[in-house]
Design a protein around this ligand. Structure first.
Ligand SMILES: [Zn+2]
Length: 345
């Protein structure tokens, strides 16, 4: 579906909501130019503005990424704060996280269409944080509700429930309503660890090793390209939101990924892809968690743990070029400390 027909569909829905017949509303708008202008304003009112194009980068033979420079959602970036990855296969295009709004998903589709005529045939949502899946809406608008959208069962349930509506509302608030018009479109399929998908010249393999960033993370290995999309399980020059996560679980997840996926390129949801993403993130998390665990074992408080974390070279040398470090390190230490406390007793 084209952008203008998507807008028309939105306008039609809004007319229906106000009890104005679809045929009357749109028919009048076509007949009278001033009403057509009014209808255009109305579309702006019910739908936030488009996102400027970001040219995709090619990461490997089949995989492309639209890179998000920012680490956090703002009115200026309109929620564009997580990377969008897609795979061009013989059978069609597969999205590995389409982004955080209808508008972001539409921008991603424009980039795909500049590269290939192939349709989008599947979507994977790495976990339930909205910056990774709210753009499902754009793909379903374009390819219909039968488009397979895969996620771990925990993520599907969370998106259908409280986490879905919470993220939908937060994204609107953080972007000063730039994402308005985005509808929650939950995954319609579940996948478990070990699932494999054959897309002709490309095999995708699902990895899940318990709770890391969330209880519902999946990493997608693009087997032929020696590349794995890790979602938010690992980040590069960002600190993950660990509210739903586990430090110990993340270490285990990294070990299993290295053993079983063994990729030359790790593609994070935030930050730059490369072969060092897991190592960079592991050292940072070890610097946080090990100091917390030692403080707990010595019977020392969270404030002491925090001082030790900040002085630890693994943390200190990453502080300057990690987005949001100053404002978030205290919170991440407290989450690590509580996890260490629970582990010690
Ligand atoms: Zn996340």
């Amino acid at each position: 579906m084209s952008r203008s027909s998507i807008n028309a569909a939105c306008a039609r829905r809004q007319f229906l909501k106000w009890g104005i017949g679809a045929s009357a509303g749109l028919g009048v708008a076509v007949a009278y130019p001033q009403l057509a202008a009014f209808a255009a304003d109305l579309e702006d009112f019910i739908k936030g503005p488009p996102i400027p194009d970001i040219a995709p980068q090619r990461l490997s033979e089949h995989v492309w990424m639209i890179y998000a420079t920012d680490g956090f959602p703002t009115p200026e970036n309109q929620g564009m704060m997580s990377n969008i990855t897609f795979v061009i296969t013989a059978r069609g295009v597969v999205f590995l996280d389409p982004g955080g709004s209808l508008q972001i998903g539409e921008m991603a589709l424009r980039q795909v269409r500049a590269l290939t005529d192939k349709p989008v045939i599947a979507v994977f949502n790495s976990h339930y944080h909205g910056d990774h899946w709210l753009a499902n809406h754009a793909l379903v608008e374009a390819y219909g509700p039968e488009l397979p959208i895969y996620a771990h069962p925990v993520s599907k349930e969370q998106i259908e429930g409280v986490a879905g509506s919470m993220w939908h509302g937060l994204m609107e608030r953080w972007t000063n309503q730039a994402t308005v018009g985005t509808r929650i479109v939950p995954p319609n399929r579940t996948v478990e660890h070990g699932a494999e998908f054959d897309f002709g010249d490309v095999t995708l393999k699902v990895h899940h090793y318990g709770t890391a960033h969330t209880p519902g993370d999946i990493c997608i290995e693009v087997v032929e390209d020696d590349l794995t999309h890790v979602g938010d399980v690992a980040m590069d020059r960002r600190i993950a939101n660990m509210d739903d996560g586990s430090y110990v679980g993340t270490f285990k997840f990294f070990d299993e990924l290295e053993r079983n996926a063994g990729s030359a390129i790790w593609v994070p949801g935030h930050g730059k892809p490369g072969d060092q993403v897991l190592n960079w993130n592991r050292a940072l998390f070890e610097g946080i968690y090990e100091n917390c665990l030692e403080a707990v074992e010595e019977g020392l408080g969270m404030d002491v743990a925090r001082e030790r974390v900040i002085k630890d070279p693994r943390v200190a040398e990453r502080a300057n070029d990690t987005l949001g470090f100053e404002s978030n390190i205290g919170k991440y230490v407290s989450i690590a400390y509580l996890e260490a406390e629970a582990a010690a007793f």
